[in-house]
Design a protein around this ligand. Structure first.
Ligand code: ADP
Ligand code: MG
Length: 417
């Protein structure tokens, strides 16, 4: 499939009539089908250079479905659009339907991962957040997080699915078309690296994030628009319009370590909390070498933002914030960069709306808006001063208070390309 052409299903029928015996002919036909599948994967691998590897074959895939995600149709979408595709591509899978929040997280935390060659989620970004954190909570996290992860858009917030579709250089797609594109990637089974960001919350809890950390306007829209989830992805546009009407300013302090700045490491890097250091002394999950304790000042090599009045702060590490919000034009899944945006107070409602409308085409940075700042960073700290507010990680609400984060380039592996 060449870049710039919408994906289409074309059926070609071949008949094998080698000998009289039907079973021998069937075996020969299967041999051909297998060879064609292998050749197409090998071709894609060559095209992608050394970056990608392949899911082991024959593979065993666990597909986790959140039946309530999006408009509550994830299971139906799977049956109607993907089941046949996976069968034709000879991708054996086991479907697991989640029963409650954190079900997937608990399941992958305890799963025998030697049984699975890939963990795929069919939901929005929230279910993948559960899976990644479940993997990182395991004693064998270093190995566990190497399990190839896949995403099939079934939610209302499908930012990672939109991002991987974009990385595959295909023209923009929505809804079922996006789902088919992601299903096709799963069938191809190419695997690349995925950056994760380690985020420390005030209570010393640490979470791992693959998409975004948001405060202010974006976080409020994400959470407030939950009530419009029955309308699907358009819920974010509705939420944006509602929030614009009651636009507010959020006070806080923001500091970051620019991407090209030598870290000037903190004297006491952020050690894993008690929870993460069991009595056998084995350290769970990677050390955040760029971060001092949250109660300590940021190192001198960091930039401290002068402004304290913000409309939004958004740290994002994929290209898309939602299916139709292309936030970072040049982001890749493994660029090792936290793309930090902030909008300072003083921006008018029409100017803010213009930014979000421009983002549909990735053109917001070209708007020349003096209130919008964009920095490429390795680490950041945000300390809200406003008493009340919402902070989201990958679209999920986390505890409100000071947070800091650092990138871990290529820590996880993702099926895409
Ligand atoms: P959406 O994009 O539609 O919001 P998500 O994948 O983000 O879809 O899921 C929304 C929330 O539902 C997440 O917080 C996730 O942890 C949670 N969740 C997952 N499975 C279930 C379930 N079976 N019942 C209720 N909540 C669930
Ligand atoms: Mg969500």
């Amino acid at each position: 499939m060449s870049a710039g052409v919408a994906r289409q299903r074309v059926e070609q029928s071949f008949r094998v009539a080698l000998v009289q015996d039907a079973r021998t002919n069937l075996r020969e036909a299967e041999r051909w089908a297998c060879a064609i599948r292998d050749a197409s994967v090998q071709q894609a691998l060559r095209k992608d250079g050394v970056k990608n590897s392949e899911v082991r074959r024959p593979c065993r895939v666990m597909i986790l479905v959140n039946p309530l995600s999006g408009r509550g149709q994830a299971l139906q979408l799977f049956t109607n659009h993907l089941q046949g595709m996976l069968t034709e591509a000879a991708v054996p899978y086991t479907l697991v339907i989640t029963e409650h929040q954190n079900h997937a997280r608990e399941l992958v935390k305890k799963a025998d991962l030697s049984q699975w060659d890939a963990l795929v989620i069919m939901s929005g970004d929230g279910l993948l957040f559960e899976v990644i954190n479940g993997l990182m909570e395991r004693d064998d996290w270093q190995e566990a997080i190497q399990t190839p992860l896949g995403i099939l858009p079934g939610g209302s917030g499908n930012a990672l699915a939109a991002s991987v579709h974009h990385y595959s250089q295909s023209p923009p797609a929505w809804n079922e078309e996006l789902l088919l594109s992601c299903g096709f990637m799963l069938c191809k089974g190419l695997v690349g690296s995925l950056d994760l960001v380690s985020i420390h919350l005030a209570s010393k809890q640490r979470v791992f994030s693959f998409l975004s950390l948001a405060w202010g306007f974006v976080a409020d829209v994400d959470i407030e628009s939950e009530k419009y989830r029955h309308v699907g992805a358009i819920r974010f546009l509705m939420g944006t319009l509602v929030r614009l009407a009651s636009l507010r300013v959020y006070q806080g302090r923001l500091a970051y370590l620019p991407i090209n700045q030598k870290p000037n490491l903190p004297s006491t890097p952020q050690r894993p909390s008690l929870l993460e250091t069991p009595c056998d002394g084995k350290i769970r999950a990677p050390l955040d070498s760029l971060l001092p304790g949250l109660e300590q000042p940021v190192p001198e090599s960091w930039t401290v933002v002068k402004a304290e009045d913000f409309v939004l702060v958004l740290a994002i590490y994929q290209s898309h914030l939602a299916e139709d919000l292309w936030a970072v034009p040049d982001a890749t899944a493994d660029d090792g960069i936290i793309h930090l945006f902030y909008v300072t107070a003083g921006i008018s409602r029409p100017a803010l709306l213009r930014l979000f409308l421009a983002m549909e085409k990735g053109a917001h940075l070209a708007c020349g808006c003096p209130y919008l700042v964009y920095e490429k960073v390795q680490a950041l700290r945000l300390e809200p001063i406003s008493r009340e507010g919402v902070i989201t990680v990958d679209g999920e609400t986390v505890e409100y208070g000071p947070v800091q984060a650092q990138i871990h380039p290529g820590l996880a592996r993702l099926i895409y390309g």
